[in-house]
Design a protein around this ligand. Structure first.
Ligand code: LLP
Length: 408
């Protein structure tokens, strides 16, 4: 962060602005490759964390695959140059047209989340006269000990199927001409900093894999999902070497290709959210620093009470006091930082938030008719604008079209 000229970026691209450090993304991606070196592995970056086309293309150049959660993401992956045989499609509610799109694109496989979905895929594959490559998402019923909104591997969560049902699904696949079982999948949650739930889940699913292989299924891919946590505050992230070794150990003598679906761990710490101070106000209770970025741009603090380190740039004052850093949106929940120490600010000062590369822009909205920020990449070849700032014209376009034609 020390080397980034945020002042220049703010002048050139205005604020609020997302800034991504591409060499750091490269380093993070290669660390996954390195952890699984010596074994057949495919790192399918989870596009939901940050689906900017240039960012995906950057990962594609390093050999990344893509984990997608909608057909829109499949299209993004293809557009950004990820080969179809490295793209997988997961998601608890895939529509028929999305399934058809994925089958036509001939991607590596679909992670199936229910028996009903499996039968829909079979029908669609039959109508298209092709065979659908399938992996079943198994819910191992394990507590990942993370924020309840991002915990996915317990029976009370909507994701995947229980072990017994998974077995029945695999037997069904075995007897279907339109389906082929190629993988097995689990994903237990996100921002996980404790290795044990990963290992527990991996042990359970490896045991299931062993019994499926014994039944004559030829499952080649062991998809361990994503979920590795990063350090936003004082967390202690899992060492990738330990993670990989734990997973490999759970497989014993089995040698499937390992698929890993990291999102946050690759992009979170490479991203910054840059805002400008609009003003300060103080009442008898509290000091508020109002900035031009808000919950519509960067939702994590409001939605999860997530902490993102904030820094006032070029501060001249030595005295800090507690404040909330808030946005202009008409909700008390619109804040970017709560009860943080910050020197006094002047209008126009810059405040940067760290750890904003994952689930930042990708969760932004137009709430309060606010246009979405621009995104820039810091690359070895200089600064690149990778998404222009949305204009009010962009924002109104689809709506104005209808409004004008209904009026006529
Ligand atoms: N694979 C599947 C099937 C997933 O559902 C997810 C994330 C990932 C991979 C990537 O997980 P990661 O490595 O990024 O933890 N918006 C929340 C996070 C939601 C995660 C949803 N699924 C946040 O801002 O914390």
């Amino acid at each position: 962060m020390q080397n980034i000229d945020f002042k220049h970026l703010a002048q050139r691209y205005q604020t609020p602005l997302y800034v991504y450090d591409f060499p750091k993304i490269q380093e993070n991606f290669l660390a996954f490759k390195e952890a699984f070196a010596g074994r057949k592995s495919l790192i399918c970056y989870a596009l939901k964390a940050n689906s900017n086309l240039s960012l995906i293309a950057h990962l594609a150049q390093m050999g990344a695959g893509a984990d997608c959660v909608s057909f829109g993401e499949v299209r993004r992956a293809l557009l950004a140059g990820i080969p179809k045989y490295k793209i997988i499609f997961s998601g608890v509610g895939k529509r028929d047209d999305e399934i058809e799109g994925a089958l036509r694109e001939d991607i590596l496989f679909l992670n199936v989340e229910s028996f009903g979905e499996l039968k829909r895929i079979e029908k669609i594959a039959q109508a298209l006269n092709l065979q659908a490559r399938i992996s079943v998402r198994v819910n191992p019923n394990i507590d990942a000990k993370t924020h309840p909104y991002i915990s996915t591997g317990m029976a009370k969560n909507k994701f995947g199927v229980e072990i017994e049902e998974a077995k029945e699904m695999y037997l069904y696949i075995k007897h279907s001409n339109a389906l082929e079982a190629v993988g097995i999948h689990f994903h237990i949650g996100s921002q996980i900093c404790d290795l044990s739930p990963f290992i527990e889940a991996s042990n359970k699913i490896a045991k299931l894999l062993t019994s499926l292989l014994a039944l004559g299924l030829s499952i080649k891919f062991f998809d361990v999902g994503g979920g590795l946590g990063v350090c936003y505050d004082d967390e202690n992230p899992i060492a990738l070497y330990d993670y990989a070794q734990g997973i490999l150990a759970s497989l014993g003598g089995l040698e499937p290709t390992i698929i890993c679906e990291p999102g946050r761990r690759i992009v979170a710490e490479s991203g910054y959210f840059l805002t400008r101070v609009i003003g300060e106000k103080q009442n008898s209770h509290k000091r508020f620093v109002i900035v031009d970025g808000a919950m519509n741009d960067f939702l994590r603090p409001s939605l999860y009470e997530a902490y993102h380190r904030s820094t006032l740039l070029d501060s001249k004052s030595l005295d800090s006091s507690l404040c909330d850093i808030v946005g202009p949106i008409c909700e008390s929940g619109d804040y970017l930082a709560k009860d943080v120490l910050l020197p006094s600010t002047q209008e126009g000062d810059l405040i940067v938030f760290e750890g904003a590369g994952a689930y930042g822009y990708s969760m932004s909205s137009n709430y309060n008719t606010r246009t979405k920020p621009a995104e820039v990449a810091l690359t070895e070849n200089g600064i690149k604008l990778i998404r222009g700032r949305e204009s009010l014209e962009d924002l109104f376009a689809k709506e104005l079209e209808c409004y004008e034609s209904n009026k006529a």
